[in-house]
Design a protein around this ligand. Structure first.
Ligand SMILES: Cc1cc2nc3c(=O)[nH]c(=O)nc-3n(C[C@H](O)[C@H](O)[C@H](O)COP(=O)(O)OP(=O)(O)OC[C@H]3O[C@@H](n4cnc5c(N)ncnc54)[C@H](O)[C@@H]3O)c2cc1C
Length: 416
């Protein structure tokens, strides 16, 4: 099946592209690609300097003015209605023009779905204007895939919860103003009960953010220590001790969604066509062609799945969301649809990075900044980044388990 934009959608795409050309700061637009620097819904990653970050903050305010940070929000909070395809177009165009925004998607979905009116009135306006940078404060050393094993404690004392504990692998926590924090509020409760979610002030006394140098040599992740941190009790979002199910029911909002993702595969194919070795283009070399053909097949599958997901969402646009129940949620927090594509791409990406290095040869090792580095040093960084990305947003094994049990109806394995 071929998926295509309608004429109206193509017109919208041209408008968004035009807006990006006019509004994205030139300093960002002209930066090299450097791997997977995609920002919407995820926040800026990688080697973003403080000066860049200021530009990103300013550009985020423009997105706020445009209303694109409030797509799908309730009307009374300035929400605007857009179809999944329109969201994907915005996301795609912003990415193409390096229209990066600060990370801000960790709070609105939770507040809109589970917050009180007072909480919505308090938090949503500034989030919708793009004034608050956020982070997700869930993972702990013994609570990654098994998030319900959370040990970070919060105890009610008067008008405040006092938080004690540690979290790690937190993306962009060093830039965040507020975080979505998961804590244990009832240690006696059965597993998956006794957990609660709060908004935490990342600058509050007792919060220590320590950067973690990752294996790619970059600092995107952080460990965060909470030492008797006081959180106002009305910053509890949702039901005390029973946030597990609620985590699956957050409103599907928060900036512009990921949409169909462009990856550098096409750029690499062009590179193979344009780069000559021993008097002929790399793309004419039978060994290179064999490698590219293998990658292209999987790439086509991923593209198709991505479009199919978008097309399904488009068809269901405006219909009520299917209710989430304890039975449909099971033990985890991810859905089949959301698990299939990352599962495939997490296996494909390292194969792609390896093949790129083999095809490029030694020049592939040159990093950004070198005048001889092909594709602005993208290959070198892409190769370095692949190792740890397999863990972000759920590991391959966990994603496979979700697809097997909830997608294919297979029985759960021992211990899962
Ligand atoms: C780049 C990056 C960004 C991240 N950003 C954030 C963030 O912003 N906020 C946040 O809270 N966390 C974040 N994380 C943490 C991430 O959510 C965890 O790394 C992830 O959930 C896996 O947990 P873990 O690292 O503790 O590995 P573990 O859960 O300890 O897993 C170790 C290994 O055991 C396997 N395994 C575990 N359980 C099972 C099972 N039941 N069956 C089969 N195999 C299993 C896993 O697949 C894996 O190979 C980030 C991680 C990375 C790498």
């Amino acid at each position: 099946m071929r998926f295509r934009l309608t004429e109206e959608e193509e017109r919208f795409q041209r408008e968004v592209s035009q807006w990006c050309q006019e509004e994205v700061p030139a300093q960002l637009r002209e930066r090299p690609i450097l791997g997977n620097h995609y920002i919407l819904g995820a926040g800026a990653v990688g080697d973003i300097t403080d000066a860049d970050y200021q530009l990103i903050k300013q550009f985020t305010l423009k997105l706020g003015e445009k209303g694109w940070l409030r797509i799908g929000w309730p009307e009374e909070y300035g929400g605007i209605r857009m179809s999944p395809v329109e969201r994907a177009i915005i996301s795609e165009e912003l990415r193409r023009h390096r229209g990066w925004h600060i990370r801000m998607a960790d709070l609105p979905g939770m507040i809109i779905a589970h917050g009180t009116k007072e909480q919505k009135d308090y938090w949503l306006p500034s989030l919708g204007r793009g004034e608050i940078a956020t982070c997700l404060v869930l993972s702990e050393p013994d609570a990654g895939s098994d998030m319900a094993n959370c040990k970070c404690r919060a105890v009610l004392e008067g008008d405040h919860f006092i938080v004690q504990g540690m979290k790690h692998y937190l993306s962009q926590a060093q830039r965040a103003d507020y975080g979505q924090l998961l804590v244990l509020t009832d240690p006696e409760a059965r597993k998956r009960h006794g957990l609660s979610r709060f908004i935490c002030d990342m600058h509050a006394p007792g919060v220590t953010v320590r950067p973690m140098l990752d294996m790619a040599g970059e600092v995107e992740l952080n460990e965060v220590w909470f030492d008797d941190v006081r959180i106002p009790k009305d910053w509890l979002i949702g039901t005390l001790n029973e946030c597990w199910l609620e985590m699956n029911m957050d409103a599907p909002v928060g900036g512009v969604g990921a949409g169909t993702s462009i990856d550098p595969f096409d750029a690499f194919i062009d590179y193979c066509k344009e780069t000559y070795r021993n008097g002929k283009p790399l793309s004419k070399d039978p060994e290179v062609r064999r490698k590219l053909a293998h990658l292209a097949i999987d790439h086509a599958v991923m593209t198709q799945i991505s479009w199919q997901g978008l097309s399904n969402n488009q068809r269901n646009f405006g219909k009520p969301r299917k209710a989430v129940t304890p039975q449909s949620v099971g033990g985890g927090i991810q859905s089949v649809g959301a698990s299939t594509l990352p599962m495939i791409s997490k296996e494909w990406n390292p194969r792609f990075a390896q093949a790129v290095m083999e095809i490029m040869g030694p020049v592939g090792l040159l990093s950004a900044g070198s005048e001889w580095a092909p594709l602005e040093g993208w290959a070198e960084r892409h190769y370095r980044m692949r190792g740890f990305e397999t863990h972000a947003h759920g590991t391959i094994e966990v994603l496979k388990m979700v697809v097997a049990t909830r997608g294919l109806g297979l029985p759960r394995g021992p211990g899962s």
